[in-house]
Ligand binder design. Structure first.
Ligand code: BGP
Length: 483
């Protein structure tokens, strides 16, 4: 039997508006960047389309229709015993064009109903202000976050919702996986910065586009800091966190060259954003990295003070997998396709989508983070994307998911014993939803199965998986019963 988690521990699940809400133009919502991205697969990349036409399938438009079915879904979360639900507000529901002077009241009303409903069920909302979507009009008019004006539009939006929900929401995250903007693919996903030239996302880019990304990242740092300050003025009890994609990697061997390469990977992949948002200034290695790589962007004189005054209250992150770094040219030459996770790690197993399953890495990373920052941590995404089979009797036997989650819960418990201040755990896609990376429904994470396929067919009926009952037991037993 596992040792109990603290009574105050937040147990729940996580979603994002663009991946679950659907209702893409309902009640005055404007188009979001995410509404312009097609479905892909493990082998076929998603594409950006300037025009939305009816002959192309865009998975966000209906998704799992959570917008219209939120009560049914929250009922199921409550049945599992959630005391927290991480969800995002779709900015284009509140400001349809992003730069409107006045908010859309129907959008404000919708989220009020969602948060009130959560409260009646004893669930604390944890709200992401920007999760992989920007009002599309901002992409067209300003090339998204590359333009400094977007800071003002974002803080107007943040102020509107923080004031509107100041008595309903206590936990906030500014930008989902903000560090995605430090990676070539992340410009449009994270910053609404239009892909160059053609419609495919590409891992190669011009210097101009790369500079625009880092400019966008800088603008998000400033916007996040302003939002933290603003939020604390609206309600001093607010807890406002950063959210960073855990990009954890090991040296492939103890060759010092691998160790150094891995250190640089960890610095740019994780600590560039973490250090800036927790400490309030760019770390020295980031400045060296910008110089070495000829990355140029503009920082205004007042930004340093803004960033110092808007440091986050807690650090949250996603954790799925770990990778490796190698300096060996022979190993490197054999790597093909997705280089993100590096060379295969012989000590860990891969998911069907090629993500290295590594619960021990979670304990390692929690310790690294807590040691570095000494502020509370939250794991706001974790889970196994897998193909599930709906049996004729309506059951789903997802023992592989239970096994994955069990090991990660044990790793969290170990990290608590190591002295880490961990506030909560919201596994990703607690109800099946559209995959961000591939646009598939087939890559499922949920405790709740949704009848919907990659062609957009299905009844949208919700069914409880075996993992649903397992997680309910874990929460009820405060993490002691993981069987
Ligand atoms: C994170 C995102 C989520 C989510 C998750 C799983 O990067 O914040 O939006 O989707 O990863 O990734 P995927 O959907 O590609 O399996």
């Amino acid at each position: 039997m596992n040792k109990a988690f603290p009574d105050s521990f937040l147990w729940g699940g996580a979603t994002a508006a663009n991946q679950c809400e659907g209702a893409y133009l309902q009640d005055g919502k404007g188009e979001s960047s995410a509404d312009h991205i097609t479905a892909g697969s493990h082998t076929i990349p998603r594409q950006f389309k300037k025009q939305i036409t009816s002959d192309i399938y865009f998975p966000s438009h209906i998704a799992i229709d959570h917008y219209n079915r939120f009560k049914e879904d929250i009922d199921l979360f409550a049945e599992m015993g959630f005391n927290v639900y991480r969800l995002s507000i779709n900015w284009a529901r509140i400001y349809p064009n992003g730069d409107d002077e006045e908010p859309n009241q129907a959008g404000i009303k919708h989220y009020r109903e969602v948060f009130e409903y959560c409260k009646t069920k004893g669930i604390e909302p944890l709200v992401t202000l920007s999760h992989y979507e920007t009002p599309y009009a901002l992409s067209l008019k300003y090339n998204g976050w590359s333009d400094r004006k977007v800071i003002t539009f974002f803080t107007r939006y943040a102020e509107t919702v923080m004031r509107a929900y100041k008595d309903l929401v206590k936990y906030w995250l500014t930008f989902n996986e903000i560090n995605v903007l430090s990676m070539p693919m992340g410009g449009f996903f994270g910053g609404g910065i239009l892909p160059e030239g053609n419609e495919a996302f590409s891992s190669s880019e011009t210097d101009e586009h790369r500079n625009a990304r880092f400019q966008g990242l800088h603008h998000q740092f400033v916007a996040s800091a302003l939002t933290v300050k603003l939020g604390h003025a609206i309600n001093p009890d607010f807890k406002i966190g950063c959210m960073i994609a855990g990009s954890i990697s090991y040296p492939l061997t103890c060759n010092p060259a691998d160790v150094l390469k891995n250190q640089k990977f960890m610095q740019i992949g994780n600590y560039l954003c973490g250090d800036t948002m927790v400490r309030g200034y760019y770390p020295s290695f980031a400045k060296a990295y910008f110089k070495e790589n000829n990355i140029n962007f503009h920082i205004e004189a007042q930004d340093a003070q803004i960033m110092r005054e808007g440091t986050v209250d807690f650090y949250s992150f996603s954790y799925y997998a770990t990778g490796t770094q190698t300096s060996d040219p022979e190993v490197l030459s054999k790597l093909s396709g997705n280089m993100f996770f590096g060379a295969p790690n012989p000590y860990i197993k891969m998911s069907d989508w090629g993500w290295g399953i590594d619960a021990t890495g979670l304990r390692f990373f929690l310790n690294e983070l807590y040691d570095r920052y000494q502020i509370p941590l939250m794991i706001v995404e974790n889970g196994l994307g897998a193909v599930d089979k709906l049996e004729d009797d309506g059951t789903i036997h997802d023992s592989y998911r239970i096994e994955y989650l069990r090991e990660h819960v044990k790793a969290m418990r170990d990290a608590l014993d190591d002295g880490v201040d961990l506030w909560g755990y919201t596994p990703w896609g607690c109800i099946d939803l559209v995959s961000a990376g591939t646009g598939e429904m087939k890559k499922r994470y949920g405790f709740i199965y949704v009848d919907r396929n990659d062609q957009g067919e299905g009844s949208l009926k919700r069914s409880r998986k075996d993992s649903f009952y397992w997680y309910r037991k874990v929460i009820a037993s405060k993490g002691t019963d993981l069987a």
